[in-house]
Design a protein around this ligand. Structure first.
Ligand code: 5AD
Ligand code: SF4
Length: 482
């Protein structure tokens, strides 16, 4: 049966999402919006998360809101009264997976006609996706985007109580909502959003459209959150933003940069601080110095380069050159000599020649990366690069990806080898997937280590001596001081 639309029917527009009209960002306090009604009493939810850490953090917020409304989490699709897919739009295959999943989940609507199926996150921010959902996926009841998670209580009331279909995707510039409840996935490490959105407009990227304009949380709100996490026993935080180095650029009342934020967080007794993602163009020497000055700043920097060819970097609107990137890497290594660097690379950008690709391989060799996320270019409708002429065959692009990955994988191994025989500090995360007596954790350089131990060690920081290194992980044993 086709449901009627209720109060909410707002479709997105990529054209509006492109606009950057004001610098000021409204700050909203969640408490004023929460609808206290126990709409979730006796009901179960399940959220599937796709994409980046930003989505993982958003899922924690959705779970927090749902539990505040008395929903309980379930892992079983056949037990769920509400299933939400928190989606990613960065590449076409991410989207195809979600459409496939929506097809598969249809059977649960037949078993339980009251099941609410929702699509959230970045995909609903694209008008074509919403049109396709409205035309072909009538079993989807709830569609909302990245800007209005805080309105989930109202949407659920409409969908559950009034049995109405809810479609509300906002394409305006976005706000910051503080004090949203969160159900954190981990007990020893946490995500902390420091900013939202992106104003870089790299020509291949959909994020500035799906996540809106760059807007920074107030320093005090971030510092308080990290202090609270220390009190709750957390050992590690990862500061999140699409371009963390642009933090504070949008403040109109104070002069406060990412380096200032790191300097303030460096004084807090949080044992480990990480951040992602950086943009090379905005990464200044002051930031590097602050990182070097504090023992709780982890010596791992993820610094997406995307390409080593100046012509391609220009077409990508990255605003730096191969030479300036290499210089930044040199500056980082000067101040943090044992740093571990990882990166993101796109191969097969429109117009990328074999010579351009070789420039990328050359840059990779020079930078000594210890890991990378590598992708074949995916045309995203609405972005400039989707209209660029592209004469390279897909098979050729795949081959370039393989050639690149061979070098990248050797980098992973080298990054592990340098710790062989050494003692490393590990934050224990859990038991290994394959063996209950093997524990898994991450080092300060963000390397995965397995070692014999028991579950009581989860959440602790301890020293492990590395005995064996593989491409994807290291093996060791707990090192007891004499
Ligand atoms: N095609 C392929 N890869 C992309 N990325 C972003 N947009 C695209 C696209 N259209 C990659 C970039 C970015 C990472 C998160 O995803 O490398 O750093
Ligand atoms: Fe996308 Fe570029 Fe912004 Fe990163 S910096 S989110 S690649 S537009």
């Amino acid at each position: 049966m086709k449901k009627s639309y209720g109060e909410y029917f707002n479709k997105p527009s990529l054209k509006s999402a492109r606009k950057r009209l004001t610098k000021d960002t409204p700050n909203i306090d969640f408490q004023r919006h929460i609808n206290i009604k126990d709409v979730g009493q006796g009901k179960h939810y399940l959220i599937q998360t796709y994409g980046c850490q930003g989505n993982e953090a958003d899922t924690e917020t959705m779970k927090g809101i749902l539990e505040a409304l008395s929903f309980k989490e379930t892992q079983r699709e056949d037990h769920a009264d509400l299933i939400i897919l928190n989606t990613c739009a960065i590449r076409e295959n991410a989207e195809n997976r979600v459409f496939g999943e929506l097809g598969r989940l249809k059977k649960y609507k037949r078993i339980n006609p009251d099941l609410i199926l929702g699509v959230a996150g970045c995909m609903p921010q694209e008008e074509d996706v919403v049109n396709r959902l409205l035309e072909k996926y009538h079993h989807v009841d709830l569609i909302f985007g990245t800007h209005n998670i805080y309105k989930l209580p109202e949407y659920l009331e409409s969908a559950l109580m009034n049995k109405e279909r809810v479609v509300e995707v906002l394409s305006e510039e976005g706000s910051i909502v503080e004090n949203m409840p969160k159900k954190r996935e981990h007990h020893s490490k946490a995500w902390v959003n420091i900013m939202f959105g992106c104003d870089e407009f790299c020509t291949y990227c959909i994020v500035p459209y799906t996540r809106g304009k760059e807007r920074s949380r107030k320093p005090q709100a971030i510092i308080e959150e990290v202090k609270e996490l220390v009190k709750s026993g957390y050992k590690e935080v990862t500061l999140l933003g699409q371009n963390v180095n642009a933090y504070g650029r949008d403040f109109t009342d104070i002069n406060y940069t990412f380096a200032d934020l790191l300097d303030d967080l460096g004084q807090i007794e949080m044992p480990r601080i990480r951040f992602t993602t950086s943009h090379p163009n905005d990464f200044d020497e002051q930031t590097v110095k602050v990182l070097a000055a504090h023992a709780n700043m982890m010596p791992h920097i993820h610094l997406p380069v995307q390409s080593g060819s100046n012509a391609i970097l220009k077409k990508m609107n990255r605003k730096y050159t191969k030479e300036s990137y290499l210089k930044l890497v040199q500056t980082i290594r000067k101040h943090i000599p044992n740093v571990s660097l990882t990166t993101d690379i796109i191969v097969g950008f429109p117009g990328e020649s074999e010579t351009d690709f070789k420039e990328t391989l050359d840059l990779v060799e020079q930078c000594d990366f210890e890991g990378a996320f590598t992708f074949v270019f995916s045309a995203r409708k609405g972005t400039p690069a989707a209209n660029y002429q592209d004469n390279t065959a897909f098979t050729e692009k795949k081959e370039r990806l393989q050639r690149l990955n061979t070098i990248i994988n050797a980098g992973y191994k080298r990054g592990h080898d340098r710790f062989k025989g050494k003692t490393v500090e590990v934050l224990v995360e859990g038991v290994s997937k394959k063996d209950d007596h093997i524990m898994a954790g991450y080092t300060r350089h963000n390397k995965l280590v397995n070692f014999p131990g028991d579950v009581s060690l989860v959440g602790t920081l301890l020293n492990v001596k590395v005995n064996e290194t593989k491409t994807w992980f290291m093996q060791g044993e707990i090192y007891e001081d004499a």
